[in-house]
Design a binder for this molecule. Structure first.
Ligand SMILES: C[S@@+](CC[C@H](N)C(=O)[O-])C[C@H]1O[C@@H](n2cnc3c(N)ncnc32)[C@H](O)[C@@H]1O
Length: 182
């Protein structure tokens, strides 16, 4: 079992004890690399966790990037992914954001792939999905209900989120691999 943690697009907030990778040399990164060029300079199955905080929205190809996380994680390794909800001000305000996601955007890596299981072979199990709402709605108790059940979160995404707006989405995922780590 690896003890290594990779902080992807770490910027200056590198997670203590982790290896940081970023394209910007003025950051706390240990490895300078472009996340849009594959493969990343790490072996298969070499990390127990990849942390991807406010970065997935910047990459050119979310599917290929997730496959790379899957490759680098050991079987059962975890991915923590945090990104703005597409209804948050920051999602469309920042011109360097290429993707605008909702809380179901990563279901294509799970059993519930909406019939698009052929998009990728990389599989992750959703351990937790949490949506944080704008403070006003959080203080009024809506955040609790949005996260109360998958059904209600879906209802919120379909009918309510343009008014009761999201802030960030947090996923905790487990890499599912066969015994040889593929
Ligand atoms: C919004 S910052 C987040 C930094 C840090 N994760 C945090 O939460 O404070 C996005 C980071 O991703 C890095 N980044 C964006 N696109 C990248 C790419 N294609 N290759 C490598 N790093 C990239 C940026 O340099 C920046 O440090």
């Amino acid at each position: 079992m690896s003890e290594l943690v990779l902080d992807v697009g770490c910027g200056n907030n590198k997670f203590p004890g982790s290896i940081g990778i970023d394209s910007n040399p003025n950051t706390k990164a240990d490895v300078i690399a472009n996340l849009d060029q594959f493969p990343y300079p790490f072996r298969d199955n070499s990390f127990r966790e990849v942390r991807v905080l406010h970065v997935i929205e910047h990459v050119a190809d979310v599917m290929r990037t997730m496959e790379e996380f899957h490759r680098m994680l050991e079987p059962g390794g975890r991915a923590l992914i945090i990104t703005p909800h597409y209804t948050d001000f920051s999602s469309f305000c920042d011109p360097t954001h290429r993707s605008h996601l909702n809380s179901f955007s990563l279901r294509y890596f799970g059993d519930d792939n909406a019939g698009y299981g052929y998009y990728t072979k990389a599989r992750f199990r959703e351990i937790k999905v949490h949506v944080r709402l704008l403070s006003l709605w959080r203080y009024m108790g809506f955040e609790f209900f949005v996260n109360q059940s998958r059904w209600f979160r879906r209802f919120w995404e379909f009918y309510l989120c343009y008014v009761i707006r999201g802030k960030v989405i947090e996923w905790q995922l487990e890499a599912l691999k066969n015994p040889v780590g593929r």
